[in-house]
Ligand binder design. Structure first.
Ligand code: ADP
Ligand code: MG
Length: 932
């Protein structure tokens, strides 16, 4: 379907049926200028719904267009094919069915009955929104575009697949989250090592890393990619353990990459070609390194999806994972770093509280900083020094904030420039950004701290480019390239001349209207413009008798007639021609200007990255100032000593002064394991998370909410929630809880910080308690990690008797009669009772039930003073005999012996006896493993 419908008319349409045949316009302007053709195209689109009846014998025949379609489809068989026809992208067959379901668009079918082919279409002008929905729904989409101007095409319009759009290769601002990176990640395991390469095509940021296979899933979790590319062989057949771990680490789709793209010879050649280097040794990479193979696969995939166009990538960063603390997915989730656990939203996360950045570039960098806390005190101190300096130099800080607040996303603009896709608006945004650069540079030049001074040096204002944009680009250019209004007056003489001509034409048209009105005596006569047939004269029906004979009628409206005259059409032609020529020239001049800007693309990227750093640091300083945060002292030691620490998120959400601050003292020698006991809802979970968040903030270079803080850096941070808590979030089971716990026990080091929250809860009381005990012992003795364990198993307080560096803490409560007030204050010592009944009452359990429970509890306490609270909260295993007089540790066998002694052998069946023996055996073996 072409602008004027000729393709349908001459060739029939796809699948032997006319697709959306359009009536030829009844008349055409005399001179078919491009502008006039555009108006025609628009009217043709309006008439799109009109069908041409099928021609006899047409059905079932293979048409050239159908062949074209099938060829395109074969190029990207696993993608939905959007086939450009005039003003629409059309989908056919299965693709149409899928699209109509996902997008909620109408499914049509051209022929009725046998051989009917479903079709659906989306307007070209609005296709990005639909693309986004399809990608979000997990589809890949191939775009098949018209490669030539349909009006100029001889015969069938040439069409080619120009792009395969996938979640990891998005370029369009509208399809991307402005404030988050969009990584395409390739993973190449190789023996003990694993190569990773990740690229954001929208910014050109490209990195590789070589990590131990065991750490790969954590890195994947950290990156949170949009799409993960794996060698085909790993994804054929059932998932192996490695792939399973990747799936747990990320929700991104796993995509098969062709095996050869991961092959060393292809990969290193492609990587070198892209980076324009002869050797990768400068990056510290061997040609056959797994990271290089992954990098090659990423580049090959991008080329495939962009149909050969190389991505706008010029540098490569070799990421050293040992320079940041790893956070696995579970830890990120528990700590709600980027999104809340309950509903996955940004609000309520650490990111939401921390993000005071002014630019999208800064926002993206901040996310990276949050999930990659540093481990080297020297680097941390550098960032801190910048934040401190901004706090001190308030005026400089304000100036920077002001400049940043109107800074556009230079990083993505630079990438679009380098890819030859920048829009007129991009250039005007770039101009605005460059205008701000000198101010940023000058302010930063006055700063002493290394990060700020260095960033200042990297902000090259590019005065020549700015000058070209100031003088050349229109002050307020449109979004599209072909609408005119791109170039400023005075930039090009010929353009100015054409514009005068066109504007004179408009004045001439006004004169023409006045003259015609006078000549015909119809004062209300008006000249108008219409996209279908251009200029016309409009006369109300009331004056029909006075219309001159040489007026040719064009259109009848409810209240008026529209006419044209030869003179009018001549005038029109000269106006349209001047307009047309002006537009063509403007487009050319704009492309030149864009080309000019692209030459500075790399410099712009450097500038953008420097601005991003400054933005993040300014944001952190702003936060520290507004919320009264302090600079933590950071070193390589084992001490974590925080006074009056506050949970950064809760503190920000609660009314000022409501959050109760708490101290923490962790030290490998004196306070290695802190056991936090206390009733439900007292604040245990909040407290231990607060410690982790403050450590993380300190290690990313931020100030922290506390009156003072000392942080001996941790190499890894682990957090686990007992599955009873996690069940609320959805998919967890005790198995997951234990798998994750096993991962901690196997991976944590003596420099790690481990947080366990109600671990062991997902099973029956005695199982859970025994496991919790054994896990604590192992972390304490074998691993030696600094650990915080929040638990309602108050029995664990006995650990402190066994190990010198175990400290018991509990959450203070204030009792008033039957009422309990949670003070949220952490105090030394263990608890010996829980407040399950109180919580049950708060939760609305009816009073009679509470009363009855109180009596039962009282009874139990009378009968078995050793057995107090745990049973009130934990899911008690129904099958287990109540260990009435048995203190859990350290007399495991005694209770069994007592029961054996008391057993009435006449009263049990042989089968029951057998079961009892088995139970006893089990209890003995569990106790063996757990008790000291
Ligand atoms: P637990 O883990 O002991 O059951 P939580 O840590 O989940 O308790 O805390 C329960 C609620 O108590 C939190 O949602 C919060 O509203 C409040 N809370 C916890 N700690 C504090 C604190 N230090 N200051 C103020 N409110 C707190
Ligand atoms: Mg809790």
């Amino acid at each position: 379907m072409t602008a004027d419908g000729t393709e349908d008319a001459t060739q029939g349409s796809l699948f032997g049926q006319p697709s959306r045949a359009e009536p030829r316009p009844a008349t055409r302007p005399r001179a078919m200028t491009p502008a006039a053709a555009r108006t025609l195209a628009a009217s043709a689109a309006e008439a799109r719904a009109v069908e041409r009846p099928p021609r006899p014998g047409e059905a079932g025949r293979t048409t050239p267009m159908m062949e074209q379609y099938l060829r395109a489809k074969a190029e990207a068989p696993d993608a939905l094919l959007l086939f450009r026809m005039g003003d629409f992208y059309e989908l056919f067959g299965e693709d149409a069915v899928t699209a109509s379901r996902v997008l909620g668009i109408t499914l049509t079918s051209r022929s009725k009955g046998e051989g009917a082919i479903p079709m659906a279409g989306v307007p070209f002008r609005a296709h990005e929104g639909y693309l986004q929905q399809l990608i979000r729904a997990g589809h890949r989409v191939a775009l098949c575009d018209q490669m030539e101007d349909p009006r100029l095409a001889q015969g069938l319009v040439d069409r080619q697949v120009t792009r395969i759009v996938t979640a990891g290769t998005l370029l369009e601002d509208d399809l991307l989250d402005r404030r988050a990176s969009n990584w395409l990640l390739a993973v190449q395991p190789d023996g003990e090592r694993c190569g990773l390469a990740w690229l954001d095509v929208s910014t050109g940021a490209f990195s590789v890393a070589d990590v131990p296979v065991a750490r790969a899933p954590d890195e994947v979790a950290r990156l949170d990619p949009a799409e993960i590319l794996l060698p085909e062989s790993l994804l054929s057949g059932a998932d192996g353990p490695f792939v399973q771990r990747l799936r747990r680490a990320s929700r991104a789709p796993l995509v098969r990459g062709a095996e050869w793209t991961f092959a060393s010879s292809n990969a290193h050649t492609l990587v070198k070609e892209q980076l324009r280097v002869a050797s990768l040794l400068g990056f510290g990479l061997r040609d056959e390194a797994p990271a290089v193979r992954a990098a090659g696969a990423v580049l090959a995939y991008v080329r495939e999806t962009q149909r050969g166009a190389a991505p706008a990538v010029s540098g490569l960063r070799v990421h050293d994972p040992s320079r940041s603390a790893a956070l696995d997915r579970a830890t990120r989730g528990c700590l709600e770093l980027l999104a809340t656990q309950r509903d996955g939203r940004r609000e309520g996360s650490l990111l939401a509280v921390l993000d005071r950045t002014a630019t999208a570039m800064g926002a993206r960098l901040l996310r990276e900083w949050i999930v990659s806390p540093l481990v080297e005190p020297a680097r941390i101190v550098q960032r801190q020094s910048a934040v401190a300096e901004l706090l001190e130099r308030r005026e400089a800080h304000e100036r920077l904030l002001l400049a940043l607040s109107s800074m556009p996303d230079l990083e993505r603009i630079a990438t679009r420039l380098l890819a030859g896709r920048a829009s007129p608006r991009d250039l005007s945004a770039l101009r605005a950004g460059l205008r701000l650069a000198p101010e940023l540079r000058a302010t930063l030049a006055g700063c002493d701290s290394a990060p700020l001074a260095q960033a200042g040096a990297r902000i090259e204002p590019l005065p020549e480019l700015l000058d070209a944009l100031q003088r050349g680009l229109h002050e307020n250019p449109p979004l599209q390239l072909n609408e005119g209004g791109l170039i400023a007056a005075g930039w090009n003489e010929r353009l100015d001349g054409l514009r005068t001509l066109r504007d004179d034409g408009a004045a001439a048209m006004a004169r023409f209207q006045a003259e015609e009105a006078a000549r015909s005596g119809i004062a209300s006569l008006k000249v108008g413009f219409n996209r279908v047939f251009g200029y016309y004269i409009e006369v109300g029906h009331a004056h029909a008798d006075r219309v001159p004979a040489h007026y040719a009628r064009k259109q009848t409206l409810a209240g008026a007639e529209r006419y044209v005259t030869a003179e009018l059409k001549e005038l029109e032609t000269s106006i349209l021609q001047a307009d047309e020529q002006a537009r063509a020239l403007e487009t050319r001049l704009f492309l030149e200007l864009r080309e000019r800007a692209a030459q500075d693309g790399e410099a712009l990227r450097t500038l953008a990255r420097a601005v991003a750093r400054v933005d993040v640091l300014c944001g952190l300083a702003r936060l520290a100032r507004e919320r009264g945060w302090v600079r933590p002292e950071v070193d390589d030691g084992d001490l974590i000593d925080i006074r009056d620490g506050r949970h950064p998120v809760l503190d920000a959400l609660l009314p000022a002064g409501r959050f109760v601050p708490n101290d923490v003292l962790l030290d490998r020698d004196a306070a290695r394991l802190l056991l936090v006991t206390g009733p439900n809802m007292a604040g245990k979970s909040t407290y231990i998370r607060q410690v982790a968040l403050l450590v993380l903030l300190a290690q990313m270079g931020s100030f922290v909410p506390a009156t003072s803080a000392h942080v001996g850096v941790v190499d890894r941070l682990f957090t686990r929630l007992g599955s009873a808590d996690d069940l609320a979030a959805g998919a967890s089971t005790f198995m997951v809880e234990m798998t994750e716990t096993a991962a901690i026990l196997n991976q944590a080091t003596s420099r790690s910080l481990v947080l366990l929250d109600e671990v062991g809860r997902g099973t029956s009381t005695w199982d859970g308690l025994s496991l919790a005990w054994a896990i604590c012992e192992y972390l304490y003795e074998a691993v030696g990690a600094r650990t915080l364990f929040a638990t309602h198993y108050h029995e664990l307080v006995d650990l402190a008797d066994e190990f010198p560096a175990v400290r018991n803490l509990n959450v203070a409560v204030h009792e008033q009669g039957d009422d309990v007030v949670f003070l949220h204050r952490i105090v030394p010592g263990g608890t010996d009772r829980s407040y399950g009944l109180h919580v049950a009452r708060l939760a609305g359990v009816p009073q009679p039930v509470i009363e009855r429970a109180r009596r039962i509890l009282h009874d139990l306490e009378q009968r078995a003073p050793d057995l107090r609270p745990g049973a009130g909260e934990a899911p008690a295993g129904a099958s287990e005999p109540p260990p009435v007089t048995e203190p859990l540790f350290p007399r495991p066998g005694a209770a069994v012996l007592d029961e054996l002694a008391a057993l009435d052998t006449d009263a049990v069946t042989p089968l029951d006896a057998l079961l009892l023996v088995r139970q006893w055996q089990e209890r003995l073996s569990v106790a063996d493993g757990a008790a000291p």
